[in-house]
Design a protein around this ligand. Structure first.
Ligand code: ZN
Length: 408
């Protein structure tokens, strides 16, 4: 660590107490500045402080972007003098440059593991809470269409629950094919695919997609054959079938994956490591498409966190990119995954005016068979939205609602 006279001097300037520290010598290993904020000792590497200088030459305030010239950057830069007030800190560097930082700004960039975890949950992405089907009534929150449209808090609450549990219901939606647009507009925009900006889910003979049939729709994720797969699915139920059947099935694959990791580690490993090919080939709105994507069923990052689930029996291609020996064990693991998802699935039926919103890269969804008649034709309007747009809206709302200062 560095050696410093803790407080070189303290004086009152315009009613504000100013502390000045002269930095005299350093330990070459610990190139870290310690700053006391609200009684807590925070540490910031010199190189990081200099890189994140907030002065007008180094940081563009309205673009909220770094503009310092890195070709002239000295990675071994050291502070010469540090001046602290209760709400800001000024650092003079050995090259003569002077940097200024807000204490709140510094506080939000605390390097301690506890703080980093807290920031990850509060600002980066809300933590996910896994669930089993029998808990569905407790975890599936209900939100009012008009409140989501007119209240920032209601909008935030819906998106926050959707991020945490991967599912939430919007109730009381007007009976119109365009009603879903206003909800999407509150967040950002839809993800357009070859099925359109929005799509109608209705029984269609000779369809380009098995979702447009009234028979059983096996549990799946939508569009796993997209490299940039839609993050969420919004399904507005305009007309629900009055026949038996037509129930939605939803299961939390994160719950199932954790269970498999504990109880069936080899099958879990196969589903996280073996890449298979997902495909969709056809013509829609006059456009030919031939989509392919390769990826495992359970995609995990280097921390072991699940980033995406791919699962669709109709849209798993017949080209198996893996080795011969892996095929049979993989099929067994695949079968177990589906069986566990069935066992852990929630079964319920949306009613007219519901928008079922769910995480398409976390949950499997399906639907039981139903029968239309001339007076009752089941009809849903669907749209996709990406998580980038949702997380972005969530962060903007949080900063606004909680009046957070120093977050960016
Ligand atoms: Zn600067």
């Amino acid at each position: 660590m560095f050696v410093t006279k803790r407080v070189q001097s303290a004086r009152i300037l315009n009613q504000v107490t100013v502390f000045i520290r002269k930095i005299h010598s350093f330990d070459s290993k610990g190139k870290v500045l310690q700053v006391k904020i609200n009684g807590e000792q925070l540490k910031f590497p010199y190189v990081w402080l200099r890189d994140n200088c907030q002065c007008d030459q180094c940081f563009h305030k309205s673009a909220k972007s770094r503009i310092l010239d890195w070709s002239k950057f000295n990675i071994n830069v050291k502070p010469k003098e540090v001046v602290e007030t209760s709400d800001s800190m000024k650092v003079e560097w050995t090259d003569g440059h002077i940097s200024q930082y807000g204490m709140n700004w510094l506080k939000y960039r605390n390097f301690s593991p506890e703080h980093q975890q807290q920031y990850k949950q509060a600002i980066f992405k809300p933590g996910k809470i896994t669930w089993n089907g029998h808990q569905f009534e407790e975890i599936c929150s209900r939100h009012d269409y008009n409140e989501v449209l007119h209240s920032d808090k209601a909008l935030h609450d819906w998106l926050h629950k959707l991020a945490q549990y991967g599912v939430a219901l919007i109730k009381n939606t007007p009976n119109s094919e365009t009603a879903i647009d206003a909800v999407v507009d509150r967040v950002g925009f839809t993800k357009r695919t070859h099925y359109g900006i929005k799509f109608i889910v209705q029984n269609v003979e000779n369809t380009s997609n098995v979702a447009y049939l009234s028979s059983n729709l096996q549990m799946h994720t939508d569009l796993p054959y997209y490299e940039y797969c839609p993050g969420t699915n919004l399904l507005h139920c305009l007309v629900q079938t009055k026949s038996t059947g037509g129930e939605n099935l939803l299961s939390d694959c994160h719950y199932v994956a954790h269970y498999m990791k504990q109880n069936h580690p080899e099958e879990y490993r196969l589903l996280t490591e073996v890449e298979v090919e997902w495909s969709d080939i056809g013509v829609e709105h006059g456009n030919e498409f031939f989509k392919l994507h390769r990826g495992p069923v359970i995609c995990i990052n280097k921390l072991g966190e699940i980033t995406r689930i791919n699962f669709s029996i109709p849209q798993r291609g017949s080209h198996f990119p893996g080795q011969l020996e892996i095929v049979e064990p993989w099929y067994k693991a695949h079968g177990l995954f589906l069986e566990l998802n069935h066992r852990c699935a929630a079964k319920f039926k949306t009613t007219d005016g519901d928008i079922l919103t769910f995480d398409n890269i976390r949950l499997l969804h399906g639907r039981n068979a139903y029968e239309d008649n001339n007076n009752n034709v089941r009809k849903l309007i669907g749209a996709y939205m990406d998580w980038d747009e949702i997380y972005s809206r969530l962060r903007c709302l949080k900063v606004k609602l909680e009046k957070l200062d120093g977050i960016y």
